[in-house]
Write a protein that binds this ligand. Structure first.
Ligand code: ZN
Ligand code: ZN
Ligand code: ZN
Length: 339
C-alpha cells in the first residue's frame, strides 16, 4: 500500500509508492517498451491489462475483447488505490495518510503507431469525451479531492510504453500546484471581481502576438510568463471552472483546436515529446469544500509542455525557470506553420 507524506516546511504532499518497489538497478534508463504483438495496449491483447473500467466499443463486442475505440483500465502498478479509507496519522512531527485514490490508464487508440497529431477530429473527440466521463464518475467519490488527467508522450516525457495513452490520477488532497492556481484566481477575483483567466484571454486577444490558434469558443496561446520554450495553454473562451460542464458542441470545437495546435507543434518542432495536463476545479462535493465560490473565479485549461529543455539545478533549487524562447517568438513560429 502506498502512502502520502507531507513536507512539513512547504506543505507539499508526496506519494511514496512502495509497491512499485524500485531498487537502484531498476532506474537504468529504459526505452519505451511495446511493439505490436507484445504491447498490452494493442487490440487483441486485452487480457494483458486488468479488466476494463470503461470502453467505447461496437455493441456486438464483449468487454475485454477486440472491437473498441478507446479503453480505460486500472494501472497495473497503481500509485494510489481505490480500496480502503482515508486514514490520517501523525508520526512524531510528520503527517501522513493512506494512499487512497485511483490510477487509471486511458488507451487512446487500438492501433500501435497512431499518434495524436495524425488522428481525425472524431478520434480526438472520443478522447476528450472519455476524459469527461471518467471525471464525472470519479467525482462521485467524495474521498477524492482532485482528479488530474495528463498525457506523457515519449520517453523523455515519462512514458514507459510508446502506444498512445493518457493517465487519470485521483488524489485524496488537492495538489499544491493546483491549490496555488485556485488560490491565485480567488485572490484576483477578490479585488477585481473578475476571473483572471478571462482577463488573460481578453488581453491576449488585444495583443494577438502570443496566440497560436483561435476558434469561436477556444484559444491556444503561449502564456506571457512561459516557463518553457513553446509552452502552450489552451482555454475555453466561455468562463467555465469545471471541464465536465463543457457542452457537446464545445467538445467538437475543442478537439479541432487541440488537434490544430498539436499538429502545428509537431510540424514546427519535428514531433517533439511532450506532456499535457488538464487543470480543472477540485471536487466541490467533498465535505468542507474550501472554495465555495470556485465557479466564479477558476477557469479550466490544458497546459502543453514540449520536452525541449531539461529542468536542472536552478529550477529545482528555486522553482524559478529560465526560458530561452520568448513566447511571442514561439507563437509567431507556430502561427506560420500549416497545421
Ligand atoms: Zn500497442
Ligand atoms: Zn474565466
Ligand atoms: Zn494550470
Amino acid at each position: 500500500m502506498s502512502e502520502l507524506r507531507k513536507d512539513p516546511v512547504i506543505g507539499r504532499w508526496v506519494i511514496i509508492a512502495s509497491e512499485r518497489g524500485k531498487r537502484p538497478t531498476d532506474f537504468a534508463t529504459a526505452t519505451p517498451k511495446g511493439k505490436p504483438g507484445s504491447c498490452p495496449f494493442c487490440e487483441g491483447n486485452e487480457t494483458m491489462t486488468p479488466p476494463e473500467i470503461y470502453a467505447v466499443r461496437s455493441h456486438d463486442t464483449l468487454a475485454n475483447t477486440p472491437g473498441w475505440k478507446v479503453r480505460v483500465v486500472p494501472n497495473k502498478f497503481p500509485a494510489l488505490r481505490v480500496e480502503g479509507s482515508v486514514d490520517r496519522e501523525g508520526v512524531g512531527m510528520f503527517d501522513k495518510m493512506s494512499g487512497i485514490g485511483a490510477h487509471e490508464i486511458l488507451i487512446e487508440t487500438p492501433m500501435h503507431d497512431d499518434f495524436l497529431q495524425n488522428r481525425s477530429n472524431e478520434g480526438i473527440m472520443l478522447l476528450l469525451d472519455t476524459y469527461q466521463k471518467r471525471m464525472v464518475d470519479l467525482k462521485r467519490d467524495i474521498r477524492l479531492h482532485y482528479i488530474i488527467i495528463f498525457k506523457n508522450e515519449g520517453e523523455r516525457a515519462g512514458a514507459s510504453l510508446s502506444h498512445s495513452h493518457s493517465q487519470i490520477i485521483a488524489t485524496p488532497i488537492v495538489p499544491k500546484r493546483v491549490r496555488e492556481e485556485v488560490d491565485g484566481s480567488l485572490e484576483y477575483f477578490g479585488y477585481k471581481m473578475r476571473c483572471v483567466f478571462c482577463d488573460i484571454i481578453r488581453e491576449e486577444k488585444r495583443f494577438g502576438s502570443r496566440i497560436v490558434y483561435e476558434s469561436a469558443s477556444f484559444i491556444s496561446l503561449c502564456p506571457f510568463a512561459s516557463r518553457f520554450p513553446f509552452e502552450i495553454w489552451l482555454l475555453p473562451k466561455r468562463h467555465m471552472s469545471d471541464y465536465s460542464l463543457m457542452t457537446q458542441q464545445e467538445s467538437v470545437e475543442l478537439s479541432e483546436c487541440l488537434l490544430i495546435t498539436m499538429k502545428r507543434l509537431a510540424v514546427a518542432l519535428g514531433e517533439p515529446q511532450y506532456n499535457w495536463m488538464l487543470h480543472t476545479e477540485p471536487n466541490t462535493a467533498v465535505p468542507r469544500n474550501p472554495w465555495p465560490d470556485i465557479r466564479d473565479h477558476y477557469h479550466w485549461h490544458f497546459e502543453i509542455i514540449p520536452k525541449l529543455t531539461r529542468v536542472a539545478g536552478f529550477e529545482w533549487g528555486t522553482g524559478f525557470y529560465i526560458n530561452p524562447t520568448p513566447p511571442e517568438d514561439a507563437a509567431a513560429f507556430l502561427r506560420e506553420v500549416e497545421g
